[in-house]
Design a protein around this ligand. Structure first.
Ligand SMILES: Nc1ncnc2c1ncn2[C@@H]1O[C@H](COP(=O)(O)OP(=O)(O)OP(=O)(O)O)[C@@H](O)[C@H]1O
Ligand SMILES: [Mg+2]
Length: 458
């Protein structure tokens, strides 16, 4: 399996940058590598580099793809854990032609399937059946990014023969699955026929999200343990509910396969996968160059494992997943009250030129953890604001993160609080030992939920 990909001289990548891949170990998410970053940062370029090196015949690197600052030549190096590497490089500066150089045995790239962001095929096509291996090798590296992926239509003929297996997986994301078959017109051309009630239409009538999804489900359904699948923006045109379902599917597959996605969607950067070994790489521009900063899986495991906390679910929720999608200039505060009230304070006195992170970091003791994540992801401007009684912590953080800026407010808390009168004990539905339901409430609660379901189903 792949452990790293080095990119030099391709599009925005001037100096050598390295992307490290997670290795699946049987737990969901362990083989997941998530690539995030602003528009125009270089995410698709990283996926394209993978696509290029996987070609059996070396692709050409056209003028528009070569970075002048890197000497008008490209070098991509894919390495595995056994010290093998495959290098694809320009034969000389200023030339579109490329050669492969194998270090030791070279990396086995035959199990690598890379899907670009634009996943469309011409609605009318010819007949040919292709194997997964041929499809992977010939998926191509077209000179123009927006070309249609017509090789996919050959895969449709193979899917027709394995429909049950394919539909079972598709149903996990879209239910009911569209009723389709391949049909031939009298002029000899084939098309995808979709039945809708008593009417039929071609794939042209399918929503874009569904067409794009067919490519992804196809890449998964006959994949094997140890395969590598990379998808540029799996979320394209998908409803958020479907994005979440597809993300769950990718998590599951990444237990035994390497899955790499570039994404703008928090649904595909589930923090819960990080303790299992998933990794996040952020592509960002520094001095007009694409850079890759990556959260080490060691840090991810340590930090996000620690932060699992039933009392503070928002720290790990969708809002917090935005930690991977915020732009630089981040403002960290302790908790949700600070977000609400500090936003008001600053806007009336001196508006801060940054973005507040989620609903705070979930307590002062988490400030260091979130700052570590931001540091590893290459953020350069982070302000942390602590309560006045945490001045010492602010000082320690300043020393540990010299690039960032920490201070404590001149009062002990953002709000003034009266002493809380003692609270009488409350007996809850759950016991306080392990938050399990109390046996005396089990039957009644079950009936309640069943009633709700009768209503929901009706
Ligand atoms: N030949 C080149 N030389 C230098 N920079 C280039 C070259 N070709 C493209 N770029 C730069 O590469 C960047 C585009 O990279 P890419 O398409 O990978 O971004 P992306 O992160 O996928 O963006 P999006 O999220 O919008 O899809 C732009 O900043 C562009 O200026
Ligand atoms: Mg892109």
């Amino acid at each position: 399996m792949l452990t790293s990909l080095e990119i030099t001289g391709l599009r925005g990548f001037a100096s050598k940058q390295t992307l490290t891949f997670s290795l699946p170990n049987g737990t969901p998410g362990s083989g997941l590598t998530v690539i995030v970053g602003a528009n125009n940062a270089g995410k698709s370029t990283a996926i394209e580099a993978l696509r290029a090196v996987a070609q059996r015949q070396g692709p050409s690197f056209t003028q528009g793809r070569r970075n002048q600052a890197a000497g008008d030549q490209v070098l991509i190096r894919a390495a595995d854990a056994d010290g093998n590497a495959t290098v694809l490089k320009s034969v000389r500066p200023g030339s579109s032609e490329t050669e492969y150089i194998m270090e030791h045995k070279g990396v086995d790239l035959s199990k690598l399937l890379v899907l670009p962001a634009r996943r469309v095929f011409s609605p009318y096509f010819n007949r040919s059946v292709t194997t997964r291996d041929d499809y992977m090798a010939n998926i191509g590296f077209p000179a123009i990014r927006t070309s249609t992926m017509d090789q996919f239509t050959y895969r449709l003929f193979a899917i027709e023969k394995n429909r049950a297996q394919f539909d079972q997986l598709l149903k996990r994301v879209v239910d009911p699955v569209p009723d389709w078959s391949i049909d031939q017109m009298d002029n000899g051309q084939y098309f995808l026929k979709i039945r809708k009630g008593s009417a039929t239409h071609s794939s042209e009538g399918l929503g874009e999200g569904l067409v794009s999804l067919l490519f992804i489900v196809d890449a998964l359904y006959d994949s094997k343990d140890g395969d590598t699948i990379a998808v540029d923006e799996p979320e394209l045109s998908l409803h958020p509910a479907l994005q979440q379902k597809l993300s769950d599917l990718l998590l599951e597959y990444s237990a035994t396969r390497q899955i790499a996605v570039s994404t703008h969607s928090p649904h595909f950067a589930g923090l819960a996968a990080l303790p299992n070994g998933a990794t996040v790489a952020r592509v960002h521009a520094v001095d007009e160059e694409s850079r890759i900063s990556q959260l080490s899986s060691a840090t991810a495991k340590k930090i996000f494992g620690l932060m699992k906390n039933d009392n503070n679910p928002h720290v790990l929720g969708l809002a917090a997943q935005e930690i991977f999608f915020i732009e630089d200039r981040v403002i960290l505060v302790e908790g949700q009250e600070d977000v609400v009230f500090f936003k008001k304070v600053q806007s009336s006195i001196e508006p801060l030129e940054g973005t507040f992170f989620g609903w705070g970091v979930g307590g002062a003791e988490n400030m260091e953890r979130i700052a570590t994540v931001l540091k590893e992801l290459g953020f350069s401007k982070v302000v942390g604001i602590l309560d006045g009684n945490r001045a010492q912590l602010a000082q320690t953080l300043k020393e540990n993160f010299p690039l960032f800026h920490f201070f404590s407010i001149p009062a002990d808390d953002i709000r003034t609080k009266s002493p809380v009168p003692e609270r009488p004990a409350v007996v809850g539905l759950l016991n306080d030992a392990n938050n399990a339901i109390r046996p005396e409430y089990l039957e009644k609660t079950k009936q309640l939920l069943q009633k709700a379901n009768v209503y929901l189903r009706g």
